[in-house]
Every structure is written in C-alpha cells, then in structure tokens.
Design a protein around this ligand. Structure first.
Ligand SMILES: [Zn+2]
Length: 341
C-alpha cells in the first residue's frame, strides 16, 4: 500500500510568520504546492486554493488583518466538488487499501443517496437547510485535514489559522499578491489539478477536463435582487455610464468585470442601459467612472440588512485597487468615447 505522509494535516493551529515577504517567496511556495514534491492523497489542496481565490472579495478586516471565513471558503469548496463528483463523476483520490473514495466524495455521495437527490441537480438549487448541512460536514472534514496540510506547504506566509476560530488570517503580503496574480494562480492551479486528476481517473472521464474544472464554479447568478436594491435604495434610475433615464430594458452591470471578480457584490454593481452594457462588455470602465462609483459607495446609505451585509467587504479605495489588479491581469479599458453622453 502506498503511504503518503502529508505534513501538517493534523495541525490545530498554524501561526502567521510576521516576516517581510516578497512576491518571489510567495511564488516559490505556490509553485511547491503545484509540484509533485507536495504530497497529495487527494485533490483538496487544489480545491482549497481555488476557494480562497474565489473568496478574495469576501475578505473582511478583523483586528487590522484580512480574514476569510471558513463558511465562505467551504461553501464554494462544496459547490465545486458537488459538480466535479456528482455531475462529472471525476474521482478525487486514487482508491487505496483503506477506502475507495476520499472523505469529501463520501459526504457528497451519501447526501445524494440519503436525500434522493436526482443527478445533475446543481448545488445551488438544493434547499438552504440541506446545503448548510452538507457544507458543515465538508467544513468539519477539511478543517481536520486540509487547512493544516496546505498551511504547512505554504510555510505560514500565506495564511495563519487557529481551528478554534471561524476564519483564516491572510499574511499582509499575501492579500495584494493573491489579488495581483489571481488569474495566473488560478490557471496554474487548474493545470496541476488536471494533471493530478489524470492519474486517478479513467480516460473516458477526462474528456474536456479543463472545461469541467473551470465550469464547476462559480456561475453567474440571477441578479434581480441587486436590480431591486439599486433601484430602491440607491435610486439608480439612470444609466451609470451615459446618464440616460432607464425606462425600458436595463442591465445590472458588474463594474469590474465578473470574469475577474467571480463574485456578486452590491458595491460592484451599477445600472446600465442595454447599449452601454453591450459596449462595455467584459472591459474596464475609464477612471472617471471609478471615481463616480467610489463616491456613490463611500456615501451610500445602507437601508436593508441585505445591503449592509453586502457592504461588509467594502472599504474606501477598493474599486481603484480592483481596477488596477484587473488591468494588470490583462483586462482592457473600454474606449473613452463609448461611455459618453
Ligand atoms: Zn447608457
């Protein structure tokens, strides 16, 4: 039987190393995780990196530190694996003498059997209470085995943790690094994850493997609730870009493109007319609009619990920062004459 010893998997606590850290050191740690030198019985380290990257917009500041809540991380983790395991039937572990499936695969397969959930039902369509139950089980398992293992590979310069708390704490150097290289990290993570899956799956399952990984999460969601809030609380009855009164069709627009943020946040939404929306598409608006949106957000009067919750992850200057990160990641600016009256 093959024995893989995974350093750190049983850690209960991992201190952040408060040393000056440069991008090269952070790259070295991630490249180590992506390499075969980093022990992996299953694909969870890749799953965790993906969920951290997809949660960067949910970072909040607690005691002057960037933190990510386990619940947010493992909600995405669960949804991702739900698709990979139940929809695409991709094995996440090489069966060994002890078990056929990894723990997470067992949890998901068991939930599907116990609650008689038909195949191809997206995770998001499950009843909220059921989703919570499954996320909790996944979270419990991952807190036991995955948080410590990845921490150990990353040597405490990306995140620190204490399993008694509800969150991970990011290293001060890690947050800007993760934002800046989000897309590159995501691609390298997919590549290493795909290579790993090729070693544990039959050829027939591997067709369009990268598509399956990329499509598993996240997906664009229905934005009606944001439309309502923008209209009622933010009184956005005019196109954010051209200023035309919105009478007929209107669009809820991701100001910083969705394909960069992969997350729906009220502070990143504006109302737009169909024409501006289609011209802007997947591009970045010009600086004038960055200032306009920051002014709106900085002075927003948050009326509903929904808006307040959405703004927990907002802070002054965030839109400018995200704009720069997306720009550096290769997103192009919309032509200046597209969004003028
Ligand atoms: Zn317009």
């Amino acid at each position: 039987m093959e024995v893989i010893s995974m350093a750190g998997w049983d850690l209960k606590k991992g201190e952040l190393r408060f040393i000056p850290v440069c991008d090269d050191q952070l790259w070295a740690r991630f490249n180590f995780v992506f390499s075969e030198a980093s022990a992996k019985r299953n694909s969870y380290k890749f799953g965790l990196i993906k969920s951290i990257l997809d949660n960067l917009l949910n970072c909040t500041i607690v005691n002057d530190q960037f933190v990510l809540f386990y619940h947010d991380i493992f909600a995405k983790f669960t949804e991702n694996y739900w698709n990979l395991v139940l929809k695409y039937h991709l094995r996440q572990m090489r069966p060994d003498g002890k078990s056929q499936y990894s723990k997470i695969e067992y949890i998901l397969l068991q939930a599907q059997a116990d609650f008689q959930i038909p195949e191809q039902i997206p995770f998001d369509s499950l009843d909220d209470a059921l989703k919570e139950t499954i996320i909790k089980q996944v979270q419990r398992e991952c807190k036991k085995y995955v948080i410590g293992a990845l921490y150990s590979d990353l040597e405490g310069i990306v995140y620190g943790f204490d399993l008694k708390q509800d969150y991970l704490v990011l290293h001060p150097a890690a947050y800007p690094f993760l934002m800046k290289y989000k897309m590159e990290l995501e691609r390298l993570n997919y590549y290493a994850w795909a290579k790993f899956l090729e070693t544990v799956n039959d050829d027939a399952m591997l067709v369009r493997l990268l598509d399956k990984l990329e499509l598993a999460l996240p997906q664009r969601k229905n934005l009606d609730i944001y439309r309502q809030v923008l209209y009622q609380e933010f009184e956005e009855q005019y196109c954010f870009y051209c200023g035309k009164k919105l009478t007929g069709a209107s669009h809820v627009d991701h100001f910083i493109p969705w394909s960069f943020v992969k997350e729906d946040k009220l502070w990143n939404f504006v109302m737009s007319c169909p024409s501006c929306n289609s011209k802007k598409s997947n591009k970045l608006p010009t600086q004038t609009f960055v200032e306009k949106l920051e002014a709106r957000n900085d002075h927003a009067v948050l009326i509903s619990d929904f808006s307040r919750k959405q703004f927990e992850s907002y802070r002054q200057g965030l839109i400018s920062h995200l704009w720069q990160y997306a720009h550096d990641a290769g997103f192009r600016e919309v032509l200046a004459d597209i969004c003028v009256k």
